[in-house]
Design a protein around this ligand. Structure first.
Ligand SMILES: Nc1nc2c(ncn2[C@@H]2O[C@H](COP(=O)(O)OP(=O)(O)O)[C@@H](O)[C@H]2O)c(=O)[nH]1
Ligand SMILES: *[C@@H]1O[C@H](CO)[C@@H](O)[C@H](O)[C@H]1NC(C)=O
Ligand SMILES: *[C@@H]1O[C@H](CO)[C@@H](O)[C@H](O)[C@H]1NC(C)=O
Ligand SMILES: [Mg+2]
Length: 420
């Protein structure tokens, strides 16, 4: 059948438009996404597990009985562990706030010592006020110069020029040299301090954080008894320009040290490119997902292992603590993800925690002061920084929590997250 050319053109045009619309409909995301090139797929965590009722991890747990954890008991049930805090004299009010919360919810029962670190001596005012917050022993330690100073191979001009570039890419604290020093110290130095020689476990605490839930067992004994290396509460994506060459440097190290990779590692978690593709591209193969290290309960033997020691040494030489802004959080997380058995990394779901602006707030009668299942405070955009779904997807929630979660998940299929 011969059609006039104008009609033929219209028919073809209509078919093209129809086909285009079909493709668009088929491609429409079935899950919620934040839009644009920074899209995050949420389909892999249908519901925040913090909405599910959370109890303690299964027994056996070590609890207070009689004077077994009394502060002055020389034969107490405490193990070689300390609460640890790097803090400045000017942050006294902030650290008192953190101490108040941790003492109220946990340490007034177990009386683990507090160890404070500083690159300058603590003032008498600081010592007096912090000592008054606890019945436990308190120690004040100066960081040796050689642990804090900028390494000799770092070029100051290059540091400043690099910081200018980072600042343009909105990397926080780019020009603040002390922030870079702090990240390096937390990555590769703190556990070498002579004051920690006999210590194995630590709980890291920063100023101005909050703890919301009563914890009635000895978390350090928990770590030891269950062979755990590292405990976290919150995981987040990092700013890619702060770690541009961290993953390439890591791969260089791995190529020469393949023996350090654990057979049950979390490589898939580290390299995920499904959930936030642009971050993976910008960070050259690293998802940027990391344990948020202002909270850590961990075994220092891991940092003291030759795998980690050599890895840190390699990174330190590469210069990224200064020319980029490698944080101790991604450095710790990558090392754990590669060199440790993933089953030795524990989500402390039951420890309610906040460091502005993110929360871990479980559903438990033991918690007060946070909103169950709400992971952030402020702009709803913050929600896309939460990368727990990746950890749960590739590694799991851990045997401590799966029973109850699997059950509740079947009953309630609400969507996570709800962007308000
Ligand atoms: N003594 C000392 N502590 C520092 C210094 N810089 C940072 N810190 C501590 O390192 C931790 C992280 O610093 P913070 O300012 O909270 O960084 P943010 O949480 O990443 O915004 C906190 O415990 C600070 O008290 C420093 O120059 N000297
Ligand atoms: C703690 O460490 C010291 C020194 O290494 C050791 O003598 C002691 O037995 C340890 N204590 C415990 C409870 O493991
Ligand atoms: C922890 O490790 C030790 C030594 O490898 C082992 O004997 C023990 O059964 C482990 N405990 C748990 C709870 O996995
Ligand atoms: Mg902080």
């Amino acid at each position: 059948m011969a059609l006039p050319p104008a009609i033929r053109l219209m028919a073809i045009g209509t078919m093209v438009v129809f086909f285009y619309l079909c493709v668009q409909i088929l491609q429409a995301p079935s899950s919620l996404s934040a839009g644009g090139k920074d899209a995050v797929k949420f389909s892999d965590m249908p519901r925040d597990p913090n909405l599910d009722p959370t109890g303690e991890p299964p027994e056996p747990l070590h609890r207070v009985s009689g004077n077994n954890y009394a502060p002055d008991n020389a034969n107490s049930n405490r193990i070689n562990a300390t609460i640890l805090s790097l803090v400045r004299n000017e942050e006294l009010e902030g650290i008192l706030q953190s101490m108040r919360d941790l003492e109220r919810t946990w340490n007034h029962k177990f009386n683990y010592p507090w160890t404070f670190f500083n690159d300058v001596p603590f003032t008498e005012e600081f010592k007096k006020a912090t000592r008054a917050m606890t019945k436990a022993e308190v120690r004040y330690e100066l960081i040796p110069k050689e642990h804090w100073q900028v390494p000799s191979w770092i070029n100051r001009d290059l540091f400043r020029e690099s910081a200018d570039v980072l600042k343009e890419q909105d990397v926080q604290y780019a020009h603040m040299l002390s922030y870079h020093q702090m990240c390096r110290w937390n990555s590769g130095m703190f556990y070498k301090h002579p004051a920690l020689k006999d210590m194995q476990y630590y709980w890291r605490v920063e100023p101005k954080v909050h703890f919301f839930c009563d914890v009635d067992y000895d978390v350090f004994r928990f770590m030891q008894d269950r062979n755990k290396t590292y405990g976290f509460t919150i995981t987040l994506y990092d700013s890619p320009p702060s770690v541009t060459t961290l993953w390439p440097e890591t791969l260089k190290f791995l190529a020469a040290n393949a023996q350090y990779q654990h057979p049950n590692n979390a490589m898939k978690w580290l390299t995920d490119k499904e959930r936030r593709p642009q971050h993976n591209i910008d960070a050259n193969g690293y998802s940027t997902c990391h344990f948020w290290s202002n909270f850590e309960i961990a075994d220092m033997n891991f940092w003291r292992s030759s795998a980690y020691e050599e890895y840190f040494e390699h990174l330190d030489r590469a210069g990224g603590f200064f020319y980029e802004r490698w944080g101790d959080a991604p450095v710790h997380s990558i090392a754990l993800g590669l060199f440790e058995d993933a089953s030795k990394i524990h989500w402390f779901k039951d420890i309610g925690y906040q460091h502005i602006p993110f929360f871990n707030c479980p559903n438990s009668p033991k918690c007060r002061g946070c909103i169950t299942g709400r992971p952030y405070d402020g702009d709803a955009k913050l929600l896309k920084e939460d990368c727990r779904p990746n950890w749960f997807k590739y590694v799991g929630m851990g045997p401590e929590w799966t029973t109850v979660d699997a059950h509740v998940d079947l009953i309630l299929k609400t969507s996570y997250p709800r962007i308000i």
